[in-house]
Design a protein around this ligand. Sequence first.
Ligand code: ATP
Length: 266
Amino acid sequence: MLELQGLTRRFGATVAVDAVSLAVPAGQMLGIIGRSGAGKSTLLRLLNRLVEPSAGRILCDGTDVTALRGRALRRWRRNCAMVFQQFNLVQRLDVLTNALLGRLAYQHGLGRARLLLTGGFPAEERARALAMLERFDLLGLALQRAETLSGGQQQRVALCRALLQAPRLILADEPIASLDPANARLVMQALRQANRAEGLTVLVNLHHLETARAYCDRIVAMQAGRIVFDGPPEALDAARLQAVYGLPEADLAAESEAAAARPAMA
Ligand SMILES: Nc1ncnc2c1ncn2[C@@H]1O[C@H](COP(=O)(O)OP(=O)(O)OP(=O)(O)O)[C@@H](O)[C@H]1O
């Protein structure tokens, strides 16, 4: 169980995440929606401690994640695999090596440096990565450079890399915002499959309510850093959405598409 208690993050005068409290049972696939600037990315970045909270706590199975330091913090970050809108693959490396980078989280010091320099991952790890690629229908591309792949294929490689990290949580920040509908579907199916098959908890930021409805167990809607809806997909109908955002679903989708077209904030 992941628990956020009054989690808050301020950037100067902006309250990006405002006293968010949320309990996410293990194995749940949670979709987070909201208008641009609602605080969705900041919330995910708080969870893996890429961003530090201004107030509040994060607990995972009773452990205070907000207090972790050093090796324990590294272990937590390994437990939280991130999937990004722009895939973040190393373009000049092949697909197999990109997937294997998920295993780097288990190496430190000299061992890590050696792997980075030589790419010489042990046979057992390579076999594991190949099996993962096969599972997501990418085996035939294993030796191709990442830069030769379509966006949808790249995102599925990024998901393989995340799963090879053997995480407990997947934090996916608008994973399909740069993809066409067919590729978006494949990536969402892959994410859902990882959630179901491995019981992984998934928190996924999405622009499209329809996608969140189709794939998630639960939807949280954010506005100005706060949670304004939290419930099952079927409870978030058009009327409720209009009440939450003050605009119809079509306008929300159009606004979200415009936001996705803008370059992501570093
Ligand atoms: N590093 C930062 N420095 C200053 N302000 C920031 C920073 N990161 C986020 N913000 C601000 O915090 C608020 C929430 O931003 P965030 O990126 O979390 O929203 P979002 O819902 O993910 O938006 P989008 O869908 O456009 O990515 C915005 O007002 C944003 O400008």
